[in-house]
Design a protein. Structure first.
Length: 105
């Protein structure tokens, strides 16, 4: 069974046991799970699927929080040739790593 969820404006296809990185959010300090209620589709490998318009009512995906961290540094470069213009900036994106434990329709 798999599901397509919407989180922070992105659509993510997940199955039970998948480990994904999501954008950080305000969580309680003792929070151990995250529940996604914006489920767009739930499907089976046999071909049977439930599609929402735009979301399925009552469908949830539950995931355990594994860690919070920061991604690799990327370099953002602005450059204009023959104009003596060059700007460099680095960026590291924060993330929360979660493991999907249950998909319920």
């Amino acid at each position: 069974m798999y599901a397509i969820i919407e989180d922070s404006g992105t659509q993510i296809k997940v199955a039970q046991g998948d480990v994904i990185k999501i954008d950080p959010r305000e969580l309680a300090e003792d929070a151990a799970t995250v529940t996604f209620d914006r489920v767009m589709m739930i499907g089976d490998p046999e071909g049977e699927a439930k599609i929402g318009a735009p979301h399925l009512k009552g469908a949830t995906v539950t995931a355990d929080i594994l860690e919070e961290g920061r991604g690799d540094k990327i370099m953002v470069v602005k450059f204009k040739r023959r104009k003596t213009y060059k700007r460099m900036n680095g960026h590291r994106q924060n993330y929360v790593k979660v493991q999907v434990t249950a998909i319920s329709a």
